[in-house]
Design a protein. Structure first.
Length: 349
């Protein structure tokens, strides 16, 4: 085959889609029984603006470009989505300076229409939120991730991409011959988009020192109508944006995610104490009815470490023998996916 893309999450799918449109023969290998079973569908489903990431980082550049490409793709293919906007709220005086810094960073990254708003404007947008002020990002949105994956799979099949599910890669030799649970195959080029397991694939290819350590995020939900769009606190950690409130396209509002390091990449049991979600919700909305919340689901952020040190940006690296590795593709990977695919395509040419 010409290209083997390992990993059928949204990033791997967009890479396969982009390369197939260029006329390449693509095999998409996915170890699960369905596409997007891990990080792609176990998140907040937010189309990010591009505010949080250091200027000139891959996260910043690919998020902003990817956001435009994502909205185009969703619109062109009739995938449910909503550019509902987001506010990042300051609860204490010291956080007002943090909002100014976030706006400056977002402006530098090319995020459009950001503005600082006062408490009165916040109440007009989100009547139940109590804060000192906020940063408003009108370009932020939400999408139906399940519909996104269904449409993507249909588009890939229409481009004659060979999708091989329940196909776990066991080993890769020096000539790009892959041994898998579905048999052996050879490829002119291998693209490692295996998400949580991208470190294992990199190791098979002799790229050493990299480790994906998942940072787990649990969610609780409510059907109470508490917000109109998205409400986030000022982030207090490089690992997480904090417990936030995400309006979905259905009747639910997500509360979360939490953030803590785990070792088991397949552990999706909710372990965060309920009280953490209650406190997070009440800090944003004092009259939140905490008795109406219930357990939702869990996901993992594929945090990348190199020789034990946390790497804060995406790593997209070309290796000899026709291999490209994508490591640490956490948030905003969902938003950035179409731009990541373009970036990889240019690396091949």
């Amino acid at each position: 085959m010409e290209v083997a893309v390992i990993g059928g999450g949204i990033v791997g799918c967009h890479i396969a889609y982009c390369l197939a449109k260029e006329g390449k023969e693509i095999f998409l290998l996915e170890k699960e029984g369905a596409l997007g079973e891990h990080t792609s569908t176990r998140n907040s489903g937010v189309i990010h603006g591009g505010i949080y990431y250091p200027q000139e980082s891959l996260k910043a550049k690919l998020c902003v470009r990817g956001r435009h490409r994502t909205y185009e793709f969703l619109e062109n293919h009739g995938i449910p989505h909503w550019k509902c906007g987001k506010i990042i709220v300051a609860m204490v005086v010291s956080e007002m300076k943090a909002l100014q810094d976030l706006k400056k960073r977002g402006d530098g990254n090319g995020v459009e229409n950001l503005r600082l708003i006062d408490e009165n404007e916040v109440r007009k947008m989100e009547p139940r939120v109590r804060c000192l002020g906020a940063l408003h990002s009108p370009e932020t949105g939400i999408l139906d991730m399940a519909a996104y994956m269904r449409v993507m799979e249909r588009m890939l099949k229409g481009l004659r991409v060979t999708i091989v599910k329940q196909c776990e890669v066991i080993s890769i030799d020096d000539r790009n011959n892959l041994r898998t649970t579905r048999g052996e195959m050879g490829a002119e080029m291998i693209i490692n988009a295996a998400g949580l397991y991208s470190d294992s694939i990199a190791g098979m290819c002799g790229l050493v020192g990299y480790e994906i350590i998942p940072h787990k995020g649990d969610y609780y939900n409510t059907t109470e109508e508490v917000i109109r769009g998205l409400v986030y606190p000022v982030p207090d950690s490089p690992h997480s944006l904090g417990i936030h409130l995400t309006r979905t396209l259905g009747e639910e509002t997500l509360i979360g995610p939490s953030a803590f390091q785990v070792l088991n990449k397949d552990d999706y049991e909710i372990r965060t104490p309920r009280e953490e979600f209650e406190q997070g919700a009440l800090s944003l909305i004092p009259d939140f009815n905490i008795h109406r919340i219930y357990p939702g689901y869990s996901g993992h952020r594929p945090k990348l470490y190199y020789h034990g040190e946390l790497q804060t940006d995406f790593l997209i690296q070309r290796q000899e023998e026709g291999r490209i590795h994508l490591l640490g593709i956490e948030s905003p990977g969902l938003t950035a996916a179409p731009a990541i695919a373009e970036y990889v395509s240019k690396m091949i040419k």
